[in-house]
Write a protein of this length. Structure first.
Lengths: 114, 113
C-alpha cells in the first residue's frame, strides 16, 4: 500500500519552544493531508486539513496560530507546534490519500513538552 | 450532532476465539472503514466498505456495511496474539468531505496465548 512517513517519531522539548513535525507521502502525491492528535487511551481527533498551495482548514477549537501547518509540495506537509506547553504533549498523526484509494496514516510523532 | 458509538470498549479473549465489534451512528454514511492501531504506531487500514449491505473479507477479518448505512461490524475469526491492538471504525459522509474521517472511540483487543 501507499506509504506515509513522519519525522521525528518522537521529540522532547522545553516549554515555550517550537517543534516541527514533517509528514511525507513517499510513493504518491497528495494534494490534501490531514493532521490528527491522539491523547493516551483516546481516539484520533482531527485537527486540520492541509491543502497543497493554500491555507490549512482547522477544526473547531484548534488554534491555527499555535498549530501552524504548511503544505508546500505535493509530498510534504509540516505541523509546527509553537510555544509548546505540557498540555500539548500528545501523539500527532498525519494521513494522506493516494488517488484512487483510502487514507494512509503515518507512524505518528510523540511530542513530550517538559 | 452526529453520534458515533463503538463497542465493546475492550475485549479480553483467548487465542483461537472469534471476536466481534461494531459501530453505530445517528447519521448515514457512504463509506465505512476499519483501522487497526498498534501501540505507538499510526492506524493501518484493514477493510473498506462502500455499499450498504456489503460484506467484505480480508483474511480472518470480515466486515459488513449495515443496510441502514448507520452501522458496521467487524469480525475476527480464530484470533492470534498479533491481533492485539486498538480497532477503530471510521465512517465517511456524502461527497467525500475531502476524505475527512470521524473515528470511533476504539475497541482495545487483548488476546491471551
Amino acid at each position: 500500500g501507499a506509504v506515509v512517513s513522519q519525522h521525528p517519531s518522537w521529540v522532547i522539548c522545553k516549554s515555550g519552544t517550537s517543534v516541527k513535525i514533517e509528514c511525507r507521502s513517499l510513493d504518491f502525491q497528495a494534494t490534501t493531508m490531514f493532521w490528527y492528535r491522539q491523547f493516551p487511551k483516546q481516539s484520533l481527533m482531527l485537527m486540520a486539513t492541509s491543502n497543497e498551495g493554500s491555507k490549512a482548514t482547522y477544526e473547531q477549537g484548534v488554534e491555527k496560530d499555535k498549530f501552524l501547518i504548511n503544505h508546500a509540495s505535493l509530498t510534504l506537509s509540516t505541523l509546527t507546534v509553537t510555544s509548546a506547553h505540557p498540555e500539548d504533549s500528545s501523539f500527532y498523526i498525519c494521513s494522506a490519500r493516494a488517488t484512487p484509494g483510502e487514507l494512509f496514516f503515518g507512524e505518528g510523532s510523540r511530542l513530550t513538552v517538559l | 450532532g452526529q453520534q458515533l458509538n463503538q463497542s465493546p470498549q475492550s475485549m479480553f479473549i483467548q487465542e483461537g476465539e472469534d471476536v466481534s465489534m461494531n459501530c453505530t451512528s445517528s447519521s448515514i454514511f457512504n463509506t465505512w472503514l476499519w483501522y487497526k492501531q498498534d501501540p505507538g504506531e499510526g492506524p493501518v487500514l484493514l477493510i473498506a466498505l462502500y455499499k450498504a449491505g456489503e460484506l467484505t473479507s480480508n483474511g480472518r477479518l470480515t466486515a459488513q456495511f449495515g443496510i441502514t448505512r448507520k452501522d458496521s461490524f467487524l469480525n475476527i475469526s480464530a484470533s492470534i496474539p498479533s491481533d492485539v491492538g486498538i480497532y477503530f471504525c471510521a465512517p465517511r459522509g456524502r461527497g467525500g468531505s475531502n476524505y475527512k474521517l470521524t473515528f470511533g472511540k476504539g475497541t482495545l483487543l487483548t488476546v491471551n496465548p
